[in-house]
Write a protein that binds this ligand. Sequence first.
Ligand code: MLT
Length: 253
Amino acid sequence: MLSYTERGRGPALVFIHAFPLDSSMWRAQAEHFSTRHRVITPDILGFGGSQPPRPWTMAQMGDESLLLLDHLRIDKCTLAGLSMGGYISLPLALGHPDRIERLVLAHTRARADLEPERAARNAMIEELRKDGVAGLPDKMLPRLLGTAASDEVKGTVRDAILRTAAEADIHAVTAMRDRNDQTARLGGVKSATLVIAGSGDAIMKVEDSQAMAEAIPRARLVVIPNTGHLSNLEDPPAFNRELEDFLRQSDSK
Ligand code: MLT
């Protein structure tokens, strides 16, 4: 069973974290939404409390997430995945529209890795094998955070990256490298969907998020200004406001 934190009561809201972080990246969302929701934040296998690291695939992590919903007796939920969390959440919502009423795809994409991206994953695996996680923050921070990110946010993300085990990172990079392309399936997403992009995201282009939102029948795109790849951490009030609007609007339909 995946480790998780749970806070609040009400309709279930499940947040799946990005790489190479853990469930603590959702602290500001757990605080904000737990006044009216039951907020669940799992740790993906090998991260946070979900130990020990083992190899996994996106489909297996989807199954693990469903097991967690069963364990918590959650019939239906809003599922929000950011980046790697979105790689897990999208196929899960496609396979289980009865469980995933609403879907949030933040800073993520439907397509598989392209060849140069696969090569970069392999290089990262080699570096992690050789040098561990010590070099990862300097490599990843400029890609994860926009130019307006505060020193505090930079410190939080750096510390979270350094808490990860190289072995867990290697399994996650492998799972991301080998994930399936979901683009052709986007028309089959039944859940009301919010696609979130950051205007300064160096990893996911706004145009790609827009194309994904256009291909999903009940989707809407919002672009959060002045943020990079981790808008929920870089500008929690803006992220929370957009998510709250979405929850309110999809409730009234
Ligand atoms: C993430 O933020 O989860 C990852 O950086 C996404 C990726 O590397 O594709």
